[in-house]
Design a protein around this ligand. Structure first.
Ligand code: UDP
Length: 327
C-alpha cells in the first residue's frame, strides 16, 4: 500500500525492538527493521518475515545508514543494554550510542523524519534523589564499567537535542527504566532472566550485594504504549517511562521463588561496581503530558514472562550461554 507510514526500527531483533516491530505492524505501518544481531536474535521477529509490509536489514548503524524511499519515523533502539553485554562489548556500546545516533539523526534530517531515541535511567547513574525526575542531572562515573553505556546515552541525548535545536529535526527522547517481558534473553545477565533461569535449572538465585538495592520493573506492553504516545506527542525534552512500583532485589528474588514454586534459596554474590542503590521513575510528566501510566502490575507481568521462559526449549534453559554458542 503506497500511503502506509514508513518507520525504521533499529535494534529490531532485540527485546524492545521486536515488540516495537509487532506494534507498528499492528498499526498498519511499513516496518524497516535493522539489527546487526550482536545481541539481537532473529527468532524474535521471524514471524514477521512473510509480511509484505516488513523488511529486515542486517546492518551495524554505527556505519553509514542508507534507507531508500521515504521515512516518516525512526526509532533508535540499537544498543547492548545489559551490564554483562556492555562489559563484553564496550566499544560497540559506545559507538552505537554516539556514531550510530549521529548517523540516524543525519538520516532523519535528510528524510524529514521524526526520530525517537532510546535513552535510559542509567543517565541518572547511582542517583542521589529518589524517585528520579527528568530534571535530575545524575551521578555517573564516566570511567567505571557502566561508563561506556551511561556516557554513550548521555552523549546521545546531547546530540539529539543539538539536531533539534540547530537542524530543526523532530526529535523525541525516552528514558527507559528497567523493563521486562517475553523475548528477554535468558543469558543477558539481567536480574529477571537470571533469577527465572536459575529457578528453572534448580539453582540458587544469585543476589548481588545484600539485595537492599531497589529497581522498579515495567512490563514491556506498557513501555511500548508509552513510546508510541511520546512519538506522537510534540514533547522534545527527555521523558521518563517506567513503572514506579519499587522493590528491593531481595524481595524480588523471593517473588520469583514464589512464582516458580521452586524451593530455591537466595545466595549472596559480590555487588558489581557502581551498581545503582535505588531506582524509581518519577512519571509525573508522562501522566500529565501523555496521559500514560503503567497498567500491568508485577504479578500479572511476571506470570506472562515466566510462561514464556518455561516454553523455551530445554537446551536453552540449561545452556546459560546459548546465544553465544551460536555466534
Ligand atoms: N542482580 C542480582 N543478581 C543477578 C543479576 C542482577 O542481584 O543475578 C542485581 C543487580 O546487581 C542490580 C539489579 O539486580 O542491582 C538489577 O540488575 P540488572 O542487571 O537487571 O539491571 P540494572 O538495573 O542494574 O541495569
Amino acid at each position: 500500500m503506497e500511503n502506509r507510514k514508513r518507520i525504521l526500527i533499529t535494534g529490531a531483533a532485540g527485546f524492545l525492538g521486536s515488540h516495537l516491530c509487532d506494534r507498528y505492524i499492528k498499526e498498519g505501518f511499513h516496518v524497516i527493521a535493522m539489527d546487526n544481531l550482536i545481541t539481537g536474535d532473529l527468532r524474535n521477529i521471524e514471524h514477521l518475515f512473510p509480511l509484505e509490509n516488513f523488511e529486515f536489514y542486517n546492518h551495524d548503524v554505527s556505519k553509514y545508514v542508507h534507507v531508500s524511499g521515504k521515512l516518516d519515523y525512526i526509532l533508535h533502539f540499537a544498543s547492548p543494554a545489559s551490564p554483562i553485554d556492555y562489559l563484553k562489548i564496550p566499544i560497540q556500546t559506545l559507538k552505537v550510542g554516539s556514531l550510530g545516533t549521529h548517523n540516524l539523526l543525519g538520516l532523519a534530517k535528510d528524510k524529514k523524519a521524526r526520530i525517537l531515541v532510546a535513552s535510559t535511567s542509567e543517565v541518572y547513574g547511582d542517583p542521589n534523589v529518589n524517585p528520579q525526575p527528568e530534571e535530575y542531572w545524575g551521578n555517573v562515573n564516566p570511567v567505571g564499567p557502566r561508563g561506556v553505556y551511561d556516557e554513550a546515552k548521555r552523549f546521545q541525548e546531547a546530540i539529539t537535542m543539538a539536531y533539534h535545536t540547530f537542524h530543526s529535526v523532530e526529535t523525541r527522547i525516552i528514558r527507559i527504566f528497567n523493563t521486562y517481558g517475553p523475548r528477554m534473553r535468558l543469558n543477558d545477565g539481567r536480574v529477571l532472566p537470571a533469577f527465572i533461569g536459575q529457578a528453572l535449572r534448580g539453582e540458587e538465585l544469585t543476589v548481588f550485594g545484600d539485595g537492599s538495592q531497589t529497581r522498579s520493573f515495567c512490563y514491556v506492553d506498557d513501555l511500548v504504549e508509552g513510546i508510541h504516545r511520546l512519538l506522537l506527542s510534540d514533547y522534545v525534552q527527555p521523558m521518563n517511562i517506567g513503572n514506579p512500583d519499587e522493590i528491593t532485589i531481595r524481595q524480588f528474588g523471593e517473588e520469583i521463588i514464589k512464582l516458580t514454586g521452586t524451593n530455591q534459596q537466595l545466595v549472596s554474590k559480590p555487588l558489581p561496581t557502581d551498581d545503582p542503590k535505588q531506582r524509581r521513575p518519577d512519571i509525573t510528566k508522562a501522566r500529565a503530558i501523555l496521559g500514560w501510566e503503567p497498567k500491568v502490575n508485577r504479578a500479572e507481568g511476571l506470570k506472562i514472562t515466566y510462561e514464556y521462559f518455561k516454553s523455551l526449549p530445554d537446551i536453552e534453559i540449561q545452556h546459560k550461554d546459548f546465544a553465544y554458542y551460536n555466534k
